[in-house]
Design a protein around this ligand. Sequence first.
Ligand code: SF4
Length: 329
Amino acid sequence: MTIKIGIPRALLFYQYFPMWKTFFEKLGLQVVVSGHTTKGILEKGARLCVDEACLPVKVAFGHVAELKEADSIFLPRLVSVSPGEYICPKFLGFPDMVKQCAQDLPPLIMTNFNQYRREGDLYAAFSETGRVLGSNPAKVYFAYREALRAHKRHTSLLQRGYMPEDAVKLAGEPPEKGSLEQEDVRSRPVVAVIGHPYNIYDGFISMNLIKRLEKAGFRVVTQDHLSEETLRHHAGRLPKKLFWTLGRNMTGGALHYLSDPGIKGLVHVASFACGPDSMTGELIERFVRRMGGKPFLNLTLDEHTGEAGVVTRLEAFTDMINLRLASGS
Ligand code: SF4
């Protein structure tokens, strides 16, 4: 019988799922993913998790609890995904928090992913994961190479304008199937949405922010549509280096889009109780004021945020953009 590995649709799922999926499938395992976030998933997660945790961590607990039927759950300890930078300590502690707080789960695969010193240290993490699964080292190396290829393809699809879920669907397609062709979408006014991937791409957490903007007639771009060089270049305009990778990407993305006359407005999405967001949000807001001119919406979300309030603020934001477009400014 094929072993089932569970992957929660949460946290860095939106960036790394194709890489992890490819790795496990090349080792002959079956990958199962939790469903899209629902109120039930959030409530389950909030019951299991400490009250002080941010919304995405509570949601992630709920997704893990959905994977009880898997044979193992992949919960890597993510320390660093880029040399010289860290990611939020909640990612590092998440697998241990789950281990302590959630009962009756299948075994957890909690390999350390730490690229702080060298990008190449990623192989050590995959090799350790393969060892835990009892796989042949040669097969693990092959699976690792294929996983890197899948990740590269996913990143390039994002940079061509796809949202992560669409990029995942195109993962197995030939490369030429990866370009956005819809002219009607290309000609729409563009709005940038900046935020942690697990907030902006999770329709439940973001209250379908991206879909609502698209329905209102806009094309949406995020920081993930920009190249690493562009993000680093713009983040480098700050007087001090940001050593949180996601915060650096978000600030670099916001600064790029604020300088781009083709971008008609900017939305920043933050989690309530998130330390890094309180700093990046403040930085972005200061730059919006300094660089002036673009309509800006700052949304801070938690499990108590009312949908009606978000919709009203979003409507005011899109009305402001439309008024400016109508007046030609
Ligand atoms: S960066 Fe903020 S939102 Fe993300 S896991 Fe850490 S505390 Fe939560």
